[in-house]
Design a protein around this ligand. Structure first.
Ligand code: MV4
Length: 587
C-alpha cells in the first residue's frame, strides 16, 4: 500500500526518531500531542501537528478514535505507533485496517497469536522452540499452582497470560508463598489487563535476558539481526542494553536466531519484532515472549548492523521486499545504550519531576543521542520517565564502554534528577567491565552503592541547603577554576547561567524539590491497591507502606526514614495524584 504522509501516534524521543526516518524517506509527518506537550520538540519537528486532548494518556495518546480522525483529516495514509501507547493494541490495528489506513507494524492476527502468553507458548511448542518447563494451559487455582510447584520444584513463576515485560509476574520460592503470589498476580492481571488468566513456569534463577531482533516482509522473507543483552534492569525496567552479548557465541547466536525465524514463520509475522529469551547460567536458552513493536533498544542493533530499523518498518509497510539476505547481515563492532530517565536512583528510582534548566548533549565519533527534551522542557507526571537514550559504538566492547563513560561525563542535565550517576556507577563495576552480568546485577552489586548517590530527597543526615549554591568561573594567574558560591554569597545575579552550566561539578548540585523528610509522598499518579501500615505503627527507613498501581504496574511506596506513623491519607481503591502526601511520620 502506498502512502506519502505518516501520523506518528506517540511523543518524546521515539516520535522524533520515527519522524526522522519518515523525512529521510521523503514522507510528510503529522504529530499528535496532549495539552501537556504543547511546547514539545516532536510537535515542532513535524510538518503538521494536532492537539488530541488533556494530559493523561487515556484522554489523548490512547484515544484511538480521535487519532484516526486526525489521520483521516490530515491525509495520513499510515500510522506509526512507536512503542508503548497503541503499539500492541489489536483493536486499534483493526480500526486502522477498516479505515484503510496502514498500521506500520504486524497484523492484528499476528499480534493476537503472540499477545497471549499461554498461546505464545503453544505456538513455540509447534515451532520446536525451547520453553521453560511450565503449563500451556491456564492455571485456575492455588491448589493447582501448589501441585505444579511439587512437579517442577521451587521457585516457580506465576505469570499473567495477558502480561509481559514483568507485569503480572510473581515468584513463589516455596509452597508457603504460592497463595500470596497467586493472588497478587491475579489482582495485578485483573487490574492491568481485565484478564486474570494465569500460568505457571519453573523460575530460572539468575538468568541473562537476551533478545533477538527480526525483520520480516509481506512475502515470507525473515531475517534476524543478532541479539541484545538487556540483563541490566530494575523491576523489569531495562537501564542498559548492548550488542553483541558478551555471553553469546556465534553458535548460540545462530541457534537462537533460527528459533526466532521458526517462530516468525509460524505466525506469518510481518515487520520488526523482538523475541525475548532467558539464557540460564548453564547455557540453556528458553523462549519467553515476543514483542510485536519497535523497542527502545533497537538503536544498538542499528549501530552494529548499519540497518535503520524504523526505515525498514516503513519500507516493509509500503510493500517492499526485504532488500538484503541473512548472509548479508554483518555485525560490526559493539554498541551500548544507557537509558537516561528522570528518576532518582538514590531514592529507589522514584520518578523526578521538574524543568530542565540546563541541557547539553555529549558529541563526537561513535556517540548517538536520541532525545525528546531540551533546555526548558517541563517533565510532567503523566508519561514514562525516559528523556533520552545515549548510545555509543566502538570497534570493541571496551572501546564502546570507554566511549560511554566519556559520554556520560559530557552529558549535562540540570534542574531534574536523572539516572546518569547510576550509569557511571554501573559502568565502574568490574562485573560489568567483564561482561559478567545477569538480571541480578543491580541488586547484587549496586543496591548499597546507590544509596550513597547524591539525592534530590533530603535525608536527616544531609538537610537541603537553604541557599542553593551557584557556580562561577574565576581565573587565578590565568588558570581557570570553577568555584561554588553560596546563594547569598554574592549579591549580583549571574547574568548568564547557561554559560556557567556545563562544568564538571554540576552533577552534585542540590535540586529544588519540595520534599518533606517527614512525609511519605506518592511520586506518581495512580490508584492505591494496598496500605501496609496503620497510624501509630513503628516503621523502618525504606519500609514499604503503600502499594500504588500506575501505568498497569504495582509500585511500592516506602518511608523516607524510620519513625512512627502520625497520619494516613487515602484508602484502597482511591486514586491519588503525583506529589500528594500518603502518610506523615511523627516529628
Ligand atoms: C522469567 C524469569 C525466570 N524464570 N520466567 C521478566 C520479564 C518478562 N519478560 C519475563 N521475565 C522473567 N521471566 C521464568 N520462568 C526471569 C524473568 C526476568 C527477570 C526476573 C526478575 C528480575 C529481572 C528479570 C529480568 C528479565 C527477565
Amino acid at each position: 500500500m502506498s502512502f506519502d504522509t505518516v501520523l506518528i501516534a506517540n511523543r518524546g524521543e521515539i516520535a522524533l526518531r520515527v519522524m526522522r526516518a519518515c523525512k529521510e524517506l521523503g514522507l510528510r509527518t503529522v504529530a499528535v500531542y496532549s495539552e501537556a506537550d504543547r511546547d514539545a520538540l516532536h510537535v515542532r519537528y513535524a510538518d503538521d501537528a494536532f492537539l488530541i486532548g488533556p494530559p493523561p494518556a487515556v484522554q489523548s495518546y490512547l484515544q484511538t478514535e480521535t487519532i484516526l480522525d486526525v489521520a483521516r483529516s490530515s491525509g495520513a495514509g499510515a500510522v506509526h505507533p512507536g512503542y508503548g501507547f497503541l503499539s500492541e493494541n489489536t483493536d486499534f490495528v483493526r480500526n486502522c485496517d477498516a479505515a484503510g489506513i496502514v498500521f506500520i507494524g504486524p497484523t492484528a492476527d499476528a499480534m493476537d497469536l503472540m499477545g497471549g502468553k499461554i498461546h505464545a507458548r503453544q505456538v513455540a511448542l509447534r515451532a520446536h522452540v525451547p520453553l521453560v518447563p511450565g503449563t500451556t494451559k491456564a492455571v485456575e487455582s492455588v491448589a493447582e499452582a501448589l501441585s505444579l510447584g511439587e512437579e517442577y520444584g521451587y521457585p516457580i513463576a506465576i505469570k499473567a497470560s495477558a502480561g509481559g515485560g514483568g507485569r503480572g509476574l510473581k515468584v513463589a520460592y516455596s509452597a508457603e508463598e504460592v497463595e500470596f503470589a497467586f493472588e497478587s498476580a491475579r489482582r495485578e492481571a485483573e487490574a492491568a489487563f481485565k484478564n486474570g488468566e494465569l500460568f505457571v513456569e519453573k523460575y530460572v534463577l539468575d538468568p541473562r535476558h537476551i533478545e533477538i531482533q527480526v525483520l520480516a516482509d509481506q512475502y515470507g522473507n525473515v531475517v534476524y539481526l543478532g541479539e541484545r543483552d538487556c540483563s541490566v534492569q530494575r523491576r523489569h525496567q531495562k537501564l542498559i542494553e548492548e550488542t553483541p552479548s558478551p555471553a553469546v557465541s556465534p553458535e548460540l547466536r545462530s541457534a537462537m536466531g533460527e528459533c526466532a525465524l521458526r517462530l516468525c514463520r509460524e505466525t506469518k509475522y510481518v515487520g520488526a519484532g523482538t523475541l525475548e529469551f532467558l539464557l540460564a547460567p548453564d547455557g540453556q536458552f528458553y523462549f519467553l515472549e515476543m514483542n510485536t513493536r519497535i523497542q527502545v533498544e533497537h538503536t544498538v542493533t542499528e549501530m552494529v548492523t548499519g540497518i535503520d530499523l524504523v526505515q525498514a518498518q516503513i519500507r516493509i509497510a509500503q510493500g517492499e521486499k526485504l532488500w538484503f539476505s541473512q548472509d548479508e547481515i554483518q555485525l560490526r563492532g559493539h554498541s551500548i545504550q544507557c537509558r537516561i530517565n528522570a528518576e532518582d536512583a538514590a531514592a529507589g528510582f522514584r520518578p523526578a519531576l521538574g524543568t530542565i534548566s540546563a541541557y547539553s548533549e555529549p558529541k563526537g565519533y561513535g556517540v548517538r543521542v536520541d532525545a525528546g527534551v531540551e533546555q526548558g522542557t517541563v517533565i510532567p507526571p503523566y508519561y514514562d520517565s525516559m528523556l533520552a537514550k545515549l548510545v555509543t559504538w566502538g570497534a570493541t566492547r571496551s572501546e564502546a564502554l570507554q566511549r560511554m563513560r566519556r559520554a556520560l561525563n559530557d552529558y549535562t542535565i540540570e534542574g531534574i534528577t536523572t539516572v546518569i550517576p547510576f550509569h557511571k556507577l554501573a559502568l565502574a563495576e568490574p562485573a560489568f567491565e567483564h561482561g559478567d552480568v545477569t538480571v541480578s546485577f543491580i541488586p547484587r552489586y549496586l543496591e548499597e552503592k546507590l544509596k550513597q548517590l547524591p539525592s534530590a530527597t533530603p535525608s536527616a543526615a544531609e538537610p537541603a541547603s537553604e541557599h542553593p549554591s551557584r557556580e562561577l568561573a574565576v581565573e587565578v594567574n590565568g588558570r581557570r577554576f570553577t568555584v561554588r558560591v553560596a546563594g547569598e554569597g554574592l549579591n549580583a545575579p549571574v547574568a548568564n547561567t547557561k554559560a556557567a552550566a556545563p562544568t564538571r561539578r554540576s552533577a552534585n548540585k542540590k535540586r529544588e524539590v519540595a520534599t518533606d523528610p517527614n512525609a511519605v509522598i506518592c511520586p506518581i499518579q495512580g490508584t492505591i491497591v494496598a496500605i501496609k501500615t496503620s497510624v501509630g505503627a513503628t516503621v523502618e527507613a525504606g519500609q514499604v507502606v503503600f502499594v500504588v498501581e500506575a501505568m498497569k504496574m504495582e509500585n511500592e511506596i516506602a518511608t523516607p526514614r524510620a519513625g512512627t506513623i502520625a497520619t494516613l491519607n487515602g484508602e484502597v481503591g482511591k486514586s491519588i495524584e503525583a506529589g500528594s502526601v500518603l502518610a506523615t511520620l511523627e516529628a
